[in-house]
Design a protein around this ligand. Structure first.
Ligand SMILES: Nc1ncnc2c1ncn2[C@@H]1O[C@H](COP(=O)(O)OP(=O)(O)OP(=O)(O)O)[C@@H](O)[C@H]1O
Ligand SMILES: O=C(CO)[C@H](O)[C@H](O)COP(=O)(O)O
Length: 406
């Protein structure tokens, strides 16, 4: 009796479907496998003890987060991990300069690890890290695909301290893989692997203000060197990074406030959450009335607002030819606990209990942006990703039942 390809599930508590020429058959949870004849008949079942069995359809969902350097990716990742109830840390006992962060549910890999040229190599060739020629998209694709299919990979490490490529580290397939960095949506093959994608779109004025805050105040760089570094990156940023936002399912756009005329301090922010319509497992958040256009100044009896106040906006729009819903917040909260008032007027936020957004923000009050739309919208996107993940898992669990009915 010939046995056809055998598949199993690598992570526990996941399921896996198997296709034979005659029928789709279903794998099993908890490291158990079925063997199938090439006619599609089940022959035996037992515990998986390792070997050559691989999974035909992995259960890892892949999230892409694109942004320029210094635009809040790490902060966003910390908020996302917290929504899943854990803290992330680098692989235990591994390279201390690893860029990877692992928690119970999520593994965040930094796409800088796919730089094909190290710092000296880029200098010699006169290319920046943003240039596709300095990155290995074939390897990025192969490894993200392998992880999505449930197969562990030996991923390279780009060492930001030495500027060199270090020996690789082992990455096992997680429940949720986040690929963050400069190019998660640049290569179509990688883009097609994404279950959801986000772009952090920080306007030049705000990027400059944040860079000054971090690199001048915290790292001792001069104003001139910060300006020069931003200018040097700009052509490649415009050519290779910025265009990725057209592919994103959600964009968080950060702009200077309109509440203070000619403001150039970059402290008060106007933040837009642009949500694509029609994305599977993603229902955009809305304010008051889905599909209407709303302008709301919540400052009154329930919300303390000092100058320049707070203004919300919501409504339908178009973004790179796609239908989108846009939620906007201009200004900042005086008291974070009063955010509950705003939260209670938002719908489709995918919280598990009343006040979950406010609780998350209060928990991380010290993270940058907790008092404005960046913190609020990053938290909301985190909740939407949790919801998307839970829907995908629930759907996969139903698939075997559906298949047996067929
Ligand atoms: N929402 C925010 N509001 C104000 N400042 C912020 C915000 N997010 C980030 N920043 C500023 O930008 C800096 C970089 O943030 P973060 O480390 O999250 O970015 P990053 O994209 O991960 O950076 P890198 O890629 O360089 O490691 C922070 O130290 C802070 O000064
Ligand atoms: O744009 C970047 C992404 O974080 C970095 O500039 C790039 O990874 C190169 O890093 P380094 O300056 O440490 O050599």
């Amino acid at each position: 009796m010939a046995v056809c390809t055998v598949y199993t599930v690598q992570p526990l508590n996941t399921s896996c479907s198997i296709s034979t020429p005659t029928k789709t058959h279903i794998g099993f949870n908890q490291k158990q496998v079925f063997l199938f004849t090439n006619g599609g008949k089940k022959t035996s079942r037992g515990r998986f003890r390792g070997g050559e069995i691989t999974c035909s359809a992995g259960d890892t969902i892949v999230i892409g987060l694109a942004a320029d350097s210094g635009c809040g990716k790490s902060t966003f990742m910390r908020r996302l991990t917290s929504v899943f109830g854990g803290a992330a840390s680098p692989p235990k006992g591994g390279n201390p300069d690893s860029n990877t962060l692992i928690s119970d549910t999520t593994t965040v890999i930094c796409l800088d690890d796919y730089h094909s040229l190290d710092r000296t190599g880029r200098k010699e060739k006169g290319v920046t890290a943003l240039d596709p020629r300095a990155n290995d998209f074939d390897l990025m694709y192969q490894q993200v695909k392998a992880l999505k299919d449930g197969v562990a990979v030996e991923k390279p490490i780009y060492n930001h301290v030495s500027g060199l490529l270090d020996p690789p580290e082992l990455i096992k397939p997680p429940k949720i893989l986040v690929i963050e960095g400069l190019h998660p949506m640049y290569d179509q093959r990688v883009r097609d692997l994404l279950d959801f994608s986000i772009y952090l779109d920080i306007s030049n004025e705000v990027k400059f203000a944040w860079k000054i805050q971090r690199d001048m105040a915290e790292r001792g760089h001069s104003l001139e060197s910060i300006k020069a570094s931003i200018e040097a990156r700009k052509p490649d940023f415009d050519a290779y990074i910025d265009p990725q936002k057209q592919y994103a399912d959600a964009v968080i756009e950060v702009l200077p406030t309109r509440l203070i005329p000619d403001d150039n301090e970059g402290k008060v922010l106007r933040v837009k959450l642009i949500m694509k319509e029609g994305v599977k497992y993603f229902n955009p958040v809305y304010l008051f009335d889905e599909g209407s256009s709303i302008s709301w100044i919540p400052c009154g009896r329930k919300l303390t607002c000092s100058y320049p106040g707070i203004k919300f906006g919501y409504g339908p729009d178009a973004y790179f030819g796609h239908e989108v819903s846009v939620l906007e917040m201009d200004g900042q909260f005086d008291r974070l606990d009063e955010l509950i008032y705003v939260e209670s007027h938002l719908s489709n936020i995918s919280t598990k209990f009343y006040g979950e957004i406010t609780q998350q923000i209060l928990k991380h009050a010290d993270f940058p942006g907790s008092n404005n739309g960046t913190g609020l919208f990053q938290t909301i996107v985190g909740l939407k990703i949790r919801d998307l993940f839970e829907q995908i898992v629930a759907n996969k669990a139903l698939a075997p039942l559906e298949a047996t009915k067929a």
